[in-house]
Design a protein around this ligand. Structure first.
Ligand SMILES: Nc1ncnc2c1ncn2[C@@H]1O[C@H](COP(=O)(O)OP(=O)(O)OP(=O)(O)O)[C@@H](O)[C@H]1O
Ligand SMILES: [Mg+2]
Length: 282
């Protein structure tokens, strides 16, 4: 673990939305990998990806299998010891981190039973934050990939542990209603456990087959009902290559698809600007 000479601590970002299949994992994996490869003239970032989905979508994508709950993201929900047991605890955390099979990112893979058990516990919403703080010097960015339709400890802990939240939205259906439910949870966390949590923005992804019409309607509705949140002007189009990347276990960057790389580069740049890291070449 080469220490960062400037000791910049990792920025933790949750990718969340209560709506299932809204593109959380797809955007989380591709954005994380874009940063890890280096965007534009930015140096490659040191990225840790935390899979919090019991379905293990991102873990499978990044080729990381948790051998047991102890060596999975479930370990991040154990209480950090307050005394001399800390070095041993840190070793436990590090033992849960793997290198992705084909990408320059580290990942803490998910374990279905481990995460279900962690989610079932009430309260204790600071353990994830405390554990990630122990790893913060080793990374520039930590991404937390949340499962949909959960409002329990996984989601709340993730928002408590994060500096910002990025919300993918798939146009159509009841996506805006589900997204509003998610923002209610975000606002509740902001009023209580994490007042500094920022809503980085909403990213419209997978515009429907009618071209950009759905996306345009979604953008207009969002501007009406959620006008106080940023909606990124960069959108992620529905592209075969984006879907294929997951079966090839690579990001769109690694796969080399120009269209998809264009979308994710634009999003990454806009997001970096939103979080105040644009041009921060260090
Ligand atoms: N831009 C895109 N172009 C093509 N397919 C996409 C795109 N974004 C997502 N998909 C596909 O849509 C499906 C759902 O995406 P994804 O798994 O990222 O959603 P999710 O929000 O993480 O779902 P869950 O709530 O189950 O965790 C996947 O099959 C994925 O490959
Ligand atoms: Mg997912």
């Amino acid at each position: 673990m080469a220490g960062n000479p400037q000791k910049r601590l990792a920025r933790t970002t949750t990718i969340g939305n209560l709506k299932g299949g809204s593109g959380k994992t797809t955007n989380a994996v591709n954005l994380a990998c874009m940063l890890a490869h280096g965007i534009g003239d930015q140096p490659p970032a040191r990225v840790l990806f935390v899979d919090l989905e019991p379905l293990r979508t991102a873990s499978r994508w990044l080729g990381a299998e948790a051998p047991d709950a102890e060596r999975s993201s479930a370990v991040l929900f154990h209480a950090v010891p307050r005394n001399g047991d800390r070095p041993a605890h840190l070793e436990r955390l590090r033992a849960a981190i793997q290198r992705a099979e084909n990408e320059p990112v580290d990942i803490v893979p998910a374990h279905a039973d481990g995460l279900e058990a962690a989610d079932g516990i009430r309260g204790k919403e600071f353990d994830l934050k405390d554990n990630l703080a122990l790893l913060a010097e080793d990374y520039d960015h930590v991404f937390l990939d949340l499962p949909g339709s959960r409002t329990g400890r996984l989601a709340r802990s993730s928002l408590v542990a994060s500096s910002g939240v990025l919300v993918p939205l798939q146009p159509g259906g009841n996506s805006i209603e589900s997204t509003m439910d998610f923002f209610e949870m975000v606002e509740e966390i902001r009023r209580g456990a994490n007042p500094l949590l920022s809503v980085d923005g909403i990213v419209i992804s997978t515009a429907g087959s009618r071209g950009d019409v759905d996306a345009q309607i979604a953008a207009e509705s969002l501007a009406e009902v959620l006008s106080y949140y940023r909606v990124f002007t960069s959108r992620i189009r529905t592209l075969k290559a984006i879907q294929r990347a997951s079966s090839f276990r690579v990001s769109v960057k690694q796969m080399g698809d120009r269209e998809a790389i264009r979308d994710y580069t634009a999003l990454a740049e806009e997001w970096m600007e939103a979080i105040g890291q644009a041009g921060a070449a260090n």
